[in-house]
Design a protein. Structure first.
Length: 193
């Protein structure tokens, strides 16, 4: 598995070089859920006191995003949990905007590895979209994760959680303004590695 990881990382680096040379477009895809329930990455409680947080059903925004390292993005919303059919439809739609050979980097989520998803790969290749699967357990290589993290922990503010309508509107605003108001600077764009 270590040899496979090393080979995939080397290949991804070559893909980056092709992108930096302007020979291909490079995109990173991933799905994420935005919830009005706060995410608590850590907490504190007095010794011996048990803290319980009860899960609540709330309204969510489920997005599949396709991000280019130069801060271009397109997102697709699903009213239900994201599944392989939804992803296939989103990528089909995305293909119509592709202007040159493009690599779409995805992780190994079950929705990306389903029979239905794999059955679409050949059709996407005919449209010059090539799916590159990251090595397992490598979320740090998927640049889409950076956009989700920035949106959830930096770009969304406490005041945006007032109502679901306001929350959803702000999420739409964020992803419509990636590259303008909201930007991520990737070191790969500024180095020759």
């Amino acid at each position: 598995m270590a040899a496979e990881r090393t080979a995939k990382e080397r290949l991804l680096n070559q893909v980056w070089q092709l992108y930096l040379a302007g020979r291909i477009d490079l995109y990173f895809g991933d799905e994420s859920t935005f919830s009005m329930n706060p995410c608590l990455p850590y907490g504190w409680a007095p010794k011996g006191e048990r803290v319980e947080i009860f899960p609540q059903r709330d309204q969510k925004v489920n997005l599949f995003g396709i991000f280019r390292p130069d801060n271009f993005c397109v997102t697709y919303e699903s009213k239900q949990n994201i599944n392989s059919q939804f992803l296939s439809n989103a990528i089909d739609d995305f293909c119509q905007y592709v202007e040159k050979p493009s690599v779409l980097v995805l992780d190994n989520a079950p929705t990306h590895r389903s029979e239905l998803f794999f059955s679409q790969l050949e059709q996407w290749v005919k449209k010059d979209v090539y799916v590159f699967f990251l090595p397992r357990y490598s979320p740090h290589l998927n640049k889409a994760e950076t956009y989700w993290r920035k949106a959830k922990y930096e770009w969304l503010k406490p005041a945006d959680y007032g109502t679901f309508s306001k929350f959803r509107k702000k999420i739409y605003h964020i992803f419509s303004q990636v590259g303008l108001e909201y930007k991520v600077a990737f070191k790969e764009l500024h180095s020759s590695t």
